[in-house]
Design a protein around this ligand. Structure first.
Ligand SMILES: Nc1ncnc2c1ncn2[C@@H]1O[C@H](COP(=O)(O)OP(=O)(O)OP(=O)(O)O)[C@@H](O)[C@H]1O
Ligand SMILES: [Mg+2]
Length: 267
């Protein structure tokens, strides 16, 4: 059982007693779910959620983003109900950029309604476009096949960073990418995390990716779902390709896999 021990330290995200039903309470997809993420502003957090398809991972991200409210329970950011003032960025499971806008327009969009001048918006967007490796592509439309799948996810990551978010929610962001692009994107994300130290909640089905990127891994059981396992990833803070050859990395991957199997057997 993951022990969401309520330490005296403040939580940045707190979900308590969450229940989710879509049929008036006859069946519950999520029941009695708690999820606490401590606030570590100077360092950030990288929390990974694993669980079988349909168990409610995207739903949890939607609660935190304020896109959906649970049937019952509390969803708090900094001890307060979710509000549009929270600085939360999201990278969705599907490509989510606006295909009728250019890369530059997509990335700067979130600043448009904040009273920031066009020149400043452009400057900040270009910095991020360069950071995610898309310099030279800024005037292309953010659509496939003008941009590849990996490039479109780079746009999505730059978009999620532009408003200087405290929390970034990432829903299987690399699921549709080929292996090499996926590895590049993992390294890009690890670098961006070290640079901006946000709190990232990252959903994936890839155990090696979970161990490579995460500091804490939580596994959900399904029907009705809640968190049942927690693995602390005690690898060095900075990770690189060699990390994946570290025997302890291999051991952790196996440990997570074993626990996933155990959770699936729970039903
Ligand atoms: N509006 C809705 N009405 C009925 N059921 C819904 C609705 N929205 C979501 N669900 C159900 O809630 C469950 C959780 O969905 P969710 O998308 O959160 O799963 P997930 O863990 O993200 O799955 P995946 O790994 O496939 O992305 C699913 O069984 C889904 O069918
Ligand atoms: Mg999902």
């Amino acid at each position: 059982m993951p022990q969401f021990i309520d330490t005296p330290d403040p939580n940045i995200i707190e979900l308590r007693g969450i229940n989710q039903s879509y049929d008036g309470g006859e069946n519950f997809i999520i029941q009695g779910l708690d999820f606490l993420v401590e606030d570590k502003p100077a360092q950030g957090q990288f929390v990974v959620i694993l669980g079988m398809s349909g168990c409610g991972k995207s739903t949890i991200l939607r609660y935190i983003a304020g896109l959906q409210e649970p049937t019952a329970g509390k969803v708090l950011i900094h001890d307060k109900p979710v509000s549009p003032d929270n600085r939360v960025g999201m990278v969705f499971q599907q490509y989510s950029s606006l295909p009728w806008m250019t890369v530059l327009e997509n990335v700067s969009l979130a600043l448009k309604y904040k009273g920031i001048s066009a020149a400043e918006r452009r400057k900040r967007a270009m910095e991020l476009i360069e950071m995610v490796g898309l310099a030279g592509h800024e005037h292309k439309f953010a659509q496939y096949p003008t941009l590849s799948g990996g490039q479109l996810q780079r746009v999505a990551i730059a978009r999620s960073l532009i408003a200087n978010p405290e929390i970034i929610l990432m829903d299987e962001p690399f699921g549709a990418l080929d292996v090499n692009t996926r590895l590049q994107m993992q390294d890009l994300l690890a670098d961006l995390w070290l640079k901006f130290h946000p709190t990232i909640i990252f959903v994936t089905h890839d155990i090696s990716e979970a161990v490579y990127l995460g500091d804490d891994i939580y596994i959900m059981k399904s029907a009705p779902s809640r968190f049942v396992e927690h693995i602390k990833v005690d690898l060095p803070f900075e990770r690189n390709r060699d990390t994946k050859r570290d025997p302890h990395f291999v051991e952790l991957v196996r440990e997570v896999e074993d626990r996933m199997v155990r959770v699936a057997e729970l039903g």
